[in-house]
Design a binder for this molecule. Sequence first.
Ligand code: GDD
Ligand code: MG
Length: 360
Amino acid sequence: MKEAILLVGGQGTRLRPVTVNTPKPMVPAAGVPFLAHQIARLAAAGVEHIVLATCYLAEVFEPYFGDGAGLGVRLEYVVEDEPLGTGGAIRNAAERLTCGPDEPVLVFNGDILSGLDIAGLVDAHREAAADVSLHLVRVADPRAFGLVPTGPDGQVLAFTEKPQTPEEIVTDQINAGCYVFRRSVIDTIPAGRPVSVERETFPGLLASGARLHGQVEDTYWLDLGKPESFVRASADLVRGIVDSAAVPGPRGEALLLPGAQVADGATVSGGTVVGAGARIEAGAVVHGSTVLDGATVAAEARVTSSLIGAGATVGRQTVVDAAVIGDGAQVGAHNELRDGVRIWCGAVLPDASIRFSSDR
Ligand code: GDD
Ligand code: MG
């Protein structure tokens, strides 16, 4: 297991500008672009060569990650003229693989953070003599995912992407977005047209009698589809709940990037990241949050489980809980922002304009 493909393209690549105007894989988690952690985890598992399958964003990744040497891997980039879908992207990227036809190739969705024992999945794949192995996790609500029921030996029985009816929900096991493919199986994916690995390749392989192995492992697993999950991921990386060699500092309650200022009497905890040049003023409490570069959290503000965009300000005594403040937004003093509210990039919210709590 020396080679991997990372899928980082497709429609959902950009976060909505209401949050941070950065391609998703480059949104910072624990101080570095999220993708750095995936690459670091693959490197730690012994992967030497990674092909990044992107649609049109190579120009964003390449200046940052270069040839991958800084992360201990050899990194290559392939682009698609039009989005080829997950299967098409795997097929397209496979042109850069160098391994033999029977060798295992890892494939990762680029928007998940997983504590999976990667080498263990490859071992299980070999043991099962599978054509494809899939990491599965159990979730309370599987509707937004690919459902993968398995038999007693872990053989995959069906693959239902995004079930539409209650009858289709036959299991709580979902596709965790990490596969091991036998190299030669990738060559059976049609080239040069969009293919969904979930809707076309996996059902097709099953119908043709191929051996698909499902490995249920309840490890740390987080889907980063929403900005709030970036905040969670970042805090968990900072605290070491999930391990990544790409975190630029020791594990602990907070990660202060160069030039971050935390005033005496301010509290930063719960895996908070304070970005370069960001300022937390006296008496402010920031817990489990990401404060991006150059942002300011003013005196006695309380910020929990939130993302404060680059250069944004949070005014005195303002409460921000489970919210996203866009880059450059200015939130005045004495506001209360809660429950998934998102403030547009650059928006200006005057002092005392929003609250959730009742009159006192
Ligand atoms: N290069 C490239 N080209 N990458 C793509 C394309 C494409 O056309 N389309 C999607 N991707 C990448 C995305 O960037 C993402 O990293 C990954 O493939 C999965 O695509 P999503 O669009 O995020 O799919 P999803 O989240 O709705 O569902 C997928 O992930 C779930 C787990 O998080 C499926 O694989 C589900 O079965 C799975 O449960
Ligand atoms: Mg996704």
